[in-house]
Design a protein around this ligand. Structure first.
Ligand code: ADP
Length: 398
């Protein structure tokens, strides 16, 4: 099957076409600045990357342009649109309604819409992508793959906040967790790499990108994760604060004369390693500045690593042990210094890192020494491939 994988944001749409048998990416790219002016990036598997500036007033035009590029007689990778067998959509928030991927029909789309107040920035944008694809490919089956679904196995003691229970009952205020597609993919790969049954392994996955989260996967199920009701909780991230005393919100709002919206903007977009360093959210910039003696760049990365190590400790306790710790996503896959710093806190678990292996970037590799009691792995994530697999599985089971 050829699966079109779509990850739609408010002004951008990332896409890949994956052949599900060979798992080969036939083409990929992104539409940017939708509703502003419009730019299509198209990269076929054996060809040159093309960048086209073109008007995209809505996501429907963006999808049309992607499809035109895919079937272009010169540079396209498909003979016709009939060669698209299914579309897999990344959907951010499935609330408590969706514990797995699902075929998208009107009833399901409405249920996803009802989750929108839990993810007002993401779900409406994701659904615009679904609607645009429905318009242009009306007869192609579509599947929704939720960031939250993998974490629906968390027990109540892990997902409840210590607030009046009625808020959970009435509004479903609780921890949901995100990056589920990535945590699921990486923890499964870890079991395969180790040659151990997934159902008998305790894994901690550190998805460290611009958004970052840690997940405890016990016997193939997510039992805890660091993001919460929204992706703001947990680790210090690129621009997000992660955990913070809620009283600081009131204190700062008063001192700075900020509205609730204003303070949430600070916590989401002006905090994290960017806010701490006052410099950048990109770990490459922070590393360079730190090497040049910038103390705030150094403390920003140190705080990021310390918080990550604290969560690993908490999740080792939550699972009563850990067999494997995996690093993934932009920072986790590329930044050996961050990995080494995080692992420097974990000597008590019997972890020793192989310094040479830890120089690796973006490849599956064992980072710990053979005598390390816990195996540390670098496992590049592949959310698009995971969405493609889920899509095929859903279609074959229905
Ligand atoms: P997201 O999907 O959340 O936008 P990614 O997983 O793509 O984020 O990670 C992006 C981040 O990865 C960048 O902001 C940067 O900090 C980090 N990164 C990417 N390449 C490198 C590198 N070579 N060294 C260190 N950090 C890197």
């Amino acid at each position: 099957m050829n699966v079109l994988v779509i990850n739609c944001g408010s002004s951008s749409l990332k896409y890949q076409v994956i052949h599900s048998d060979s798992e080969e990416v036939l083409a990929k790219g992104i539409c940017e600045r939708i509703g502003i002016d419009g730019r299509l990036v198209y990269q076929p598997k054996d060809g040159e990357k093309e960048i086209t500036e073109a008007s995209m007033p809505t996501h429907t035009e963006a999808v049309r342009m992607v499809l035109d590029a895919l079937v272009n007689p010169k540079t396209g990778v498909l003979e016709s649109l009939n060669a698209i067998d299914a579309v897999g959509h990344r959907l951010v928030h499935g609330g408590e309604k969706f514990a797995s991927s699902t075929l998208l029909n009107e009833q399901v789309i409405q249920a996803v819409e009802e989750c929108s107040d839990l993810a007002p920035l993401h779900n409406p944008a994701n659904l615009i992508g679904v609607r645009a694809c429905q318009e242009v490919l009306p007869n192609v089956p579509m599947v929704g793959v939720f960031d939250t679904a993998f974490h629906q196995t968390m027990p109540q003691e892990a997902y409840l906040y210590g607030i009046p229970y009625s808020y959970y009952e009435t509004y479903k205020v609780r921890k949901y967790g995100f990056h589920g597609t990535s945590h699921s993919y990486v923890s499964k790969r870890a079991a395969e790499i180790l040659g151990r049954p997934y159902e008998q392994l305790k894994t901690i996955v550190c998805h460290l990108g611009n958004g970052a989260s840690v997940c405890a996967v016990k016997n193939g199920r997510s039992v805890d994760t660091s993001m919460g009701l929204s992706p703001l909780e947990g680790l210090i991230m690129g621009t997000r604060s992660g955990d913070i005393d809620p009283s600081a919100v009131e204190f700062l709002a008063k001192k700075e004369g900020l509205t609730m919206e204003g303070i949430m903007n600070v916590l989401n977009k002006e905090s994290g390693v960017y806010g701490l360093s006052g410099l950048s959210s990109d770990f490459r910039d922070l590393d360079q500045a730190s090497t040049e003696g910038n103390a705030r760049a150094k403390i920003a990365v140190d705080a990021f690593c310390y918080r990550t190590a604290k969560y690993i400790g908490a999740y080792a306790a939550a699972m009563n042990g850990v067999d494997a710790i995996c690093f993934t996503a932009g920072v986790g896959e590329n930044d050996g210094k961050v990995r080494a710093k995080v692992c420097s806190y974990l000597g008590y678990l019997g972890i020793t890192l192989d310094e040479k292996a830890n120089q690796a970037r973006g490849e599956e590799i064992r980072l710990s020494t053979p005598d390390s009691s816990v195996t540390v792995l670098l496992v590049p994530t592949n959310e698009e491939l995971a969405i493609c697999r889920e899509t095929v599985a859903m279609i074959q089971h229905n």
